[in-house]
Each structure stands twice: as structure tokens, then as C-alpha cells.
Design a protein around this ligand. Structure first.
Ligand SMILES: C[S@@+](CC[C@H](N)C(=O)[O-])C[C@H]1O[C@@H](n2cnc3c(N)ncnc32)[C@H](O)[C@@H]1O
Length: 277
């Protein structure tokens, strides 16, 4: 039986069993993962599913149906130009966060800078920046030791060099020490029904939820970043589109200038930036 036929048969079974979350595209990724192959080999060569492969596939489908994101099941997620190990201790990096990478690279070009990513999770932002600019000194912090361990594995797998530190936001960071600070902090209200959505339901709450309707960490990190930046330094932060006006107020209260909001690919106001004068 061809690989394609085998995949089709499994898809039919998934449909017949009215699987809740597992979709055709997930199933294809799961096939590639258990067979340890890529798309082009999968569709051109014949490989047979062993009994172990089939058992593994059934386990993956059942995990997916329990709401677990595909990225945790496969154990990896692509972000920018890198492939990251992900697990239940870190947020699954989102495409909208890549706007931060694009902005920083365009703003600074090849100029040597020191940049910190606060709340790094898997290390997505810090490692994407380090992969693009070998002459930048990149720091990444998180409160969670498990997240830092994951970022460390990613750094080693990618043969990159970033400086990881455990810190409650910028408590351990010196004043006037950085050219750029980036952050994608938790910004979801604990009452937000989206926390129950497929995939999100299995992500760590401490990576998603913030007090005061999702605004507490945004407010804190905007204030603290101002202290740690050099004069002329820049802060870039991700937030929910509906928070953009309040985030602008937080930037103003902290004396940031040149405050701008940038839209993501859906046209939603997602990233705010400001300069410390
Ligand atoms: C929304 S996740 C972002 C992860 C990653 N930067 C990304 O974009 O995929 C927020 C991260 O902030 C971390 N975090 C939450 N509270 C923190 C705090 N008080 N100090 C430092 N990091 C914190 C969480 O552990 C989590 O890894």
C-alpha cells in the first residue's frame, strides 16, 4: 500500500470516529514524525507502518483530541527561520510574534547592539535574533526554570550563543545597560474564554495569564524596561489588539517617546514600541 493510501485510510478513520480536534493536516505531520521522514520522501517512496508506528499514531491522535497542541505532540515548532523544541513548560511560539524580529532587524541592521528578551519561554525571540546577527550580544530571561532549560536545549541544538538568566522580570538587570528590550509577556485575562480553546487549554497558565484583566505584566515590564535601557534605547512589546490604547498610556506614563503600534498579518494592532529619550 502506498504511503498516500495509508494516510487516506487513517484520515477516513479519524473522520468516521468524529475526532474532535485532530485534522487531516495534523495527521500528515504525525505520519511524517512517526516515520521519521519528510514530505517529499513520504509522497514518493514506500514506507510501511510497523505495529509500533500504528500504536504511536493512535496515541498522538488521542492526545490531539484531548486538546493538546500539535507542537507539543511533535515536540517541535518552526519560528522565523529556526526549529524549536517545545513542551508543556513553554508557550508554543506564534507567527504574530515574528513581527518583533522583523522590526528589530530592520531598525538596527548590522549595528552591534545588546538586546534582552524578557519572558523568553522556548527562547524563540532571542534565538531568532541571535541566528540573524552573530555580532549582537543577546540575553534572555524567564521566571520559569523549566522554560530556561528548554531555551538552553534549543540554544545548543541550534549552535547559537545567548545568555540565559532566571529573573522576575527585570529585577536582576542593571540600569542603563541595554540597547533593545523585547517581550511577549502574559497578557490574557484569567476570565478570557479563549483560555479554554483547543491547544491553548494545555499551555502553561503562567505564560498566558496576567492580573488586572491581562494588563499587570504589561504595565510592569513597560516601567522596568525604561530603567534598563540606555538613552536612545528601544522597547518592543506584544499585546492583545484591544489593549493597544492602554499600552500606549503605559508607555507615555513611563516617559517613552516615538510610541508606535504595529499591526500583525491579520491587520490587528499587536506590537507597540517606544524610545527612551
Ligand atoms: C507569552 S509567553 C512568551 C514566550 C516566548 N517569548 C514566545 O514569544 O513564544 C510569556 C513568558 O513570560 C514568562 N514570565 C511570566 N511571568 C514572568 C516574570 N514575572 N518574570 C519573568 N518571566 C515571566 C513565562 O514563564 C513565559 O515563558
Amino acid at each position: 500500500m502506498s504511503n498516500l493510501r495509508a494516510l487516506d485510510l487513517w484520515k477516513e478513520q479519524v473522520l468516521l470516529n468524529r475526532n474532535k480536534n485532530c485534522e487531516s493536516i495534523d495527521l500528515e505531520q504525525m505520519f511524517l514524525s512517526v516515520l521519521g521522514t519528510n514530505r517529499s520522501d513520504f509522497y514518493t517512496k514506500k514506507q510501511y507502518l510497523s505495529t509500533d508506528n500504528k500504536r504511536e499514531l493512535c496515541e498522538m491522535i488521542s492526545r490531539r483530541n484531548s486538546g493538546e497542541p500539535l507542537a507539543y505532540i511533535l515536540g517541535r515548532k518552526g519560528f522565523w527561520n529556526i526549529d524549536l523544541i517545545v513542551n508543556e513548560h513553554v508557550l508554543v511560539p506564534r507567527p504574530e510574534t515574528e513581527i518583533i524580529i522583523k522590526l528589530v532587524l530592520n531598525l538596527y541592521g548590522q549595528k552591534a547592539i545588546q538586546v534582552l528578551d524578557a519572558g523568553t519561554g522556548s527562547g524563540a525571540i532571542a534565538l531568532a535574533l541571535a541566528s540573524e546577527r552573530k555580532n549582537w550580544i543577546v540575553y534572555a530571561l524567564d521566571k520559569s526554570q523549566e522554560a530556561l532549560n528548554t531555551a538552553q536545549v534549543n540554544m545548543q541544538n541550534l549552535c547559537l550563543n545567548i545568555n540565559l538568566l532566571r529573573s522576575d522580570w527585570l529585577d536582576s538587570v542593571k540600569s542603563l545597560s541595554l540597547d533593545v528590550i523585547t517581550s511577549n509577556p502574559p497578557y490574557v485575562s484569567e476570565k478570557d474564554p479563549r483560555l479554554k480553546a483547543d491547544g491553548v487549554i494545555k499551555e502553561p497558565l503562567e505564560a498566558l495569564v496576567s492580573d488586572h484583566e491581562g494588563l499587570a505584566d504589561l504595565n510592569k515590564i513597560i516601567k522596568e524596561s525604561f530603567r534598563c535601557l540606555v538613552n536612545g534605547g528601544r522597547f518592543l512589546v506584544e499585546h492583545a489588539p484591544e489593549q493597544s490604547n492602554l499600552v500606549k498610556e503605559f508607555f507615555k506614563e513611563s516617559n517613552y517617546t516615538a510610541i508606535e503600534v504595529h499591526k500583525d498579518l491579520n491587520g490587528d494592532k499587536r506590537i507597540s514600541t517606544g524610545i527612551k529619550p
